[in-house]
Design a protein around this ligand. Sequence first.
Ligand code: ZN
Ligand code: ZN
Length: 415
Amino acid sequence: MVLGEEDFRPLAEVAVRVGVNLQPGQTLILQAPAAHAAAARAVAKAAYAAGAKRVLTLFGDELLDRVTLEMAPEEGLKAFPKWLAEGFLQEGEAGAAFLSIIGGDPEVMRGIPPERLVMTRRAAQEAMKPFQMLTMSHRVAWSLIAAPSPAWARQVFPNLPQEESEKALWQAILRTSRADGPDPVGAWHAHMRELQARKARLNDLGIERLHYRAPGTDLTIRLPKTYQWVASGQKRAVGYPTAPNIPTEECFTLPQRDGVDGTVRSTKPLFFAGQRIDGIALRFEQGRIVEFSAVDGEDALRQVIETDEGSHYLGEVALVPVDSPIAQSGILFHNTLFDENASCHLAIGAAYPTCLTDGDEVRSDEDLLAKGGNASFAHVDFMVGSAQLDIDATTRTGTVVPIFRGGKWALPQGA
Ligand code: ZN
Ligand code: ZN
C-alpha cells in the first residue's frame, strides 16, 4: 500500500496545529522514516501553511540502523556525533519545534546482541542529555505521530493478507489519532478539554498516595509534595499548549522516588528498542526495584533496569481507562505510543519535571531529585491496566477515594 501526501494531510494537520502547536515564524525539525517521504511533505505543507519559517527534515532508516548495529566496530557504536547533539540543542534553545514520525518494525533489532544495543543507546543518551532536559521539561514543543510500515502491519494483523493488514493499521492509526473525521483539529480541541477537566478533578482531590490492586499487583505509590496531574492540551513551559503524543488518552503525574512499595505485574507486552518484553513482575521497596522477572525478554528488561541508578525507580504514573477508544479497538499495536494509551501504565526511569507545580525551576537531575522526582537516562513505559484493576487514592486529609474500579474511572461526579 502506497500512501500519498493527501492521505497524510489530516494527521499532518493534527501534528502541526495540535501536537507541536507550531507558532508563526518557528522552525520545525522533523524526523521521519525514509519510507515516509510523502508524510514528511504533508507535514512540511501543513507547517508552512501554519507560518513555519523553515522545515528541516532528517530522514532515517531502521534497517540501515540495524546494519550499523551488526557491522560497526565497538568504538563506532560508542561514538555519537557531537555536532548532531549540539545541533539539536542549538535549534531547541533558538525556539524550534520537534516532530517525529514513528512506526517501524517493532522487533527490528531482534537477534542483535543486547550489549551492542546498550552501547549505542547510551552514547546517544549521554550526547543528547542537554537536549533531553529541554524536552522532558517541555521548554521546547515536541510531538510524535505514527505512520504504518509493512513489518509493523504484519505484526499487528498477522492473519490478514499484507495489503489488507497495512490498510487496517492505517485506519486504526487515523481513528485512534482522531484524524479520521471531518474536523480533526476541532475533535482534538474537544478531546483535550475533556482530558483537562478530568485532570482538574484529580488535582482537586489532593492525593497523598495511590493503591493499586489487581492479580499479581498490590502496589502503593506516594506522590511528591508539589506533584500535579497533567494531560495534553495544557500550557507548557514553552508558553503554549501542546500534545506531545498523538494519540493520547492519559492523565499522568510522577511518583515520589522513594515512595513506591509492593508488587506489580504488567498486562500487555512492551516493545522497546526493537525488542519484546512480556509478563513483567516487579517488587519495590522504598521506591527501588528489588526483584524483577519477565516471561519473555527478561534480558531486555534487565538492560532497561540496569541502565543507571535511576532506572531502578519509577518516573511516571499514568491513568487510562479500559474503555478508552484505543483500548476498545481491541488492537494490540506492538508500539508503546498506542499501547500505553490503551492502559494504565507506569514508567521505569525519568520523571517529567512538568508533573511538578514548581517544575519550571528544574534545570538539572539534582533539582528533580531534590523535589522527590526520579532522574535517569531511561524512560520506559509498561502497561498495568486491566478490567481487574482497582485504584484507591488516599487524600492528604486521610479520606479514601476510589479512582478506578474494574479498570474504569470511578471518580465521583463533581469531585
Ligand atoms: Zn504516559
Ligand atoms: Zn511515559
